[in-house]
Design a protein around this ligand. Structure first.
Ligand code: NAP
Length: 311
């Protein structure tokens, strides 16, 4: 029987995803798939979606077995009251590798003090040798698909890595902590702090005046997670007081970050425009196809979102 798959992301994404999805369906042995951007809601078996897509009201999709998100973050869809179907988020090898590269690159920038030399080609011989990675403790808040991969990559470079998550983890080569005491301990050693938590009511303002004060003086913050993880005013105050040495921010409460936002002009903030990582069509299409294959054969879906936890 034909499997009807509705592509409900923004129209410009159709050109990017159509062929990779068709290829992945074929490779997964899904030979009879009708993939389109429009079809009668009551005939749809699976909805592939992304934020600001064409479907906001899921109630007419009475036959749909799952909603398959193209994005890792699900805060824009998880609380949609019309969504009664199972929701799977994106865990994509390409997306993970992109995040590992962004996090590793920006960690090394701050660890090596690269700016000092790159931005000062002025004839001054500044012979300050950076410490080795083994003397630069790094903490990652969030040990999910992305946090764990970044932690393992940084540990492989020699950084002592502490990770913190809601449930206690055991990751080889990382010091894993959980709970409030665990958070305080994880912050207390973090010369470089990386935020890879999702946006949920519990994670809002994880970095606030209290938690910023628990970091070692001069700590560097990288936030490729979500803008809501940080109390912006508290971060600006901590930067101005010297408590925080630098913040490299990829995600913001409002995106694009408005030109007048103080983050743009701050000398010790680096803004990157939500480019830390993106879903990669070829590998993501394989994840979508695998979930449809599972759905059709009655196997549990991968990467299901816990609606109560919000991620
Ligand atoms: P994930 O696999 O769901 O992992 C989330 C991690 O956060 C888990 O370790 C989870 O703990 C932990 N966590 C959640 N709530 C917590 C809480 N209240 N207290 C302590 N820990 C908590 O997500 P992911 O795939 O790694 O992605 C993480 C986030 O990265 C996404 O939600 C998205 O916001 C962001 N992201 C950004 C970009 C970008 O380009 N900037 C790209 C992709 C994703 P448990 O392990 O115990 O569940």
């Amino acid at each position: 029987m034909t499997i009807n798959v509705l592509f409900a992301a923004r129209p410009e994404r159709w050109d990017i995803y159509e062929q990779p999805l068709r290829t992945a369906f074929s490779e997964a042995g899904l030979t009879d798939v009708h993939l389109a951007t429009d079809m009668p809601p009551e005939t749809v078996d699976y909805i592939v979606c992304a934020p600001n897509g064409s479907v906001q009201d899921f109630s007419p999709y009475t036959r749909a077995k799952a909603v398959l998100n193209l994005w890792a973050g699900v805060e824009d869809i998880v609380n949609n009251p019309t969504l009664t179907q199972p929701l799977a988020r994106m865990v994509d090898d390409g997306l993970t590798r992109g995040m590992v590269e962004w996090v590793t690159g920006h960690t090394l920038r701050h660890h090596l003090g690269t700016d000092l030399h790159v931005l000062n080609q002025d004839g001054v011989w500044r012979k300050d040798v950076p410490p080795l990675a083994c003397d630069r403790p790094v903490t990652i808040l969030g040990l999910g698909a992305l946090g764990r991969a970044c932690g393992e990559a940084l540990a492989a470079l020699g950084f002592p890595v502490t990770g913190w998550s809601r449930s206690q983890k055991d990751v080889k080569g990382l010091t894993c902590l959980s709970g409030e005491d665990g958070l305080h301990k994880a912050l207390s050693t973090a010369q470089i702090l990386i935020l890879l938590l999702p946006h949920t009511p519990e994670t809002e303002n994880t970095l606030n005046a209290d938690t910023l004060a628990r970091l070692p003086e001069g700590a560097v913050i990288l936030n490729p997670g979500r803008g809501t993880l940080i109390d912006d005013d508290a971060l600006l105050a901590a930067l101005d007081a010297g408590q925080i040495g630098h913040a490299t921010l990829d995600t913001f409460r409002e995106e694009p970050l408005p030109p007048e936002h103080p983050y743009w002009a701050h000398p010790r903030i680096t803004v990157t425009p939500h480019i830390a990582s993106e879903t990669r069509p070829a590998s993501a299409a394989r994840v979508i196809a695998e979930n449809i294959r599972r759905g059709e054969s009655g196997e549990p879906l991968l990467h299901l979102v816990d609606r109560d936890l919000g991620y």
